[in-house]
Design a protein around this ligand. Structure first.
Ligand code: SF4
Length: 262
């Protein structure tokens, strides 16, 4: 169980947060469209920095109450975008899985409109766990964004369930099918070892076969750097991360493959 004080510290308390210096994205202005008191997520990843998805309000798929409306998000961006000069990216992320917002597509529309008005050319990205990518409505929102960075941590259903602890009933096959519909796809994969190991040869082979089918534009490989929900989990070493990256580069020569070390 994560120290509650740490959870308190990590949660975003407003719609707009940062800019933060992100190891993967550069200078990122964050947009949180989830509650500010707790995370809300369809997954229960063993490595989650917020701790396990245990409280009922964290498991609940968002119904809309207490969430920012598209108008509130637009107003917050109108204030924040002109105030921050030096940005690499505008990022939908925050306290859990952003695509669970019931008005996700409308939110994407207002984010892009505000960006066009105040910071044309600034890429909008999203960090998503991919659990909802089977939904056409969610995909319609994702397709509006320049950089959909989608989680794919496992090659097999068994590892997917053990590592990501899906609470949405999502199957890996359905996720792959949904991801295949996205253009500009970027894949993010967090590798771990220990009680669950998504870095074994067999698992990586299965994961690579999904990547070959999906042909993502970019692949981000990394491991956890904050205290994980499951304390026996082990961060993957730089050597194995680089080995896996070399395999991806060999199979997907067109992709921008990067390793991010803690
Ligand atoms: S998808 Fe992200 S927020 Fe959700 S449980 Fe996994 S790490 Fe935590």
């Amino acid at each position: 169980m994560t120290d509650p004080a740490m959870e308190e510290r990590l949660l975003q308390r407003k719609i707009i947060y940062g800019p933060i210096d992100s190891r993967r994205l550069g200078k990122s202005l964050g947009v949180n469209i989830l509650p500010t008191e707790n995370k809300v997520c369809s997954f229960d990843c063993l490595y989650c920095q917020y701790g396990f998805t245990s409280a009922p309000q964290e498991r609940r798929h968002v119904g809309g109450e207490g969430l920012p409306t598209p108008g509130q998000v637009a107003a917050a961006l109108s204030e924040a975008l002109p105030a921050h000069g030096d940005l690499d990216v505008l990022t939908l992320a925050g306290n859990g899985e952003p695509t669970l917002h019931p008005r996700f597509r409308e939110i994407c529309e207002v984010v892009v409109r505000r960006r066009n008005a105040y910071r044309p050319g600034l890429p909008v990205c999203i960090l998503s766990n991919s659990s909802t990518v089977g939904s056409p409505e969610v995909r319609a929102g994702l397709k509006l964004l320049e950089r959909p960075i989608m989680k794919l941590d496992a090659g097999t259903q068994q590892t997917f369930e053990s590592l990501n602890g899906s609470r949405s009933g999502a199957s890996l096959d359905r996720i792959i099918e949904g991801l295949s519909e996205l253009e500009n796809l970027e894949i993010q994969t967090l590798f771990v070892t220990g009680p669950v190991d998504n870095s074994s040869e067999q698992e990586v082979r299965a994961w690579l076969s999904h990547l070959r089918a999906l042909k993502p534009r970019a692949v981000q490989l990394y491991t956890f750097e904050r205290v994980p929900a499951e304390s026996t989990l082990v961060a993957l070493g730089a050597g194995r991360l680089e080995e896996i990256a070399a395999l991806v580069r060999r199979q997907l020569p067109e992709a921008d493959v990067r390793v991010f070390l803690p």
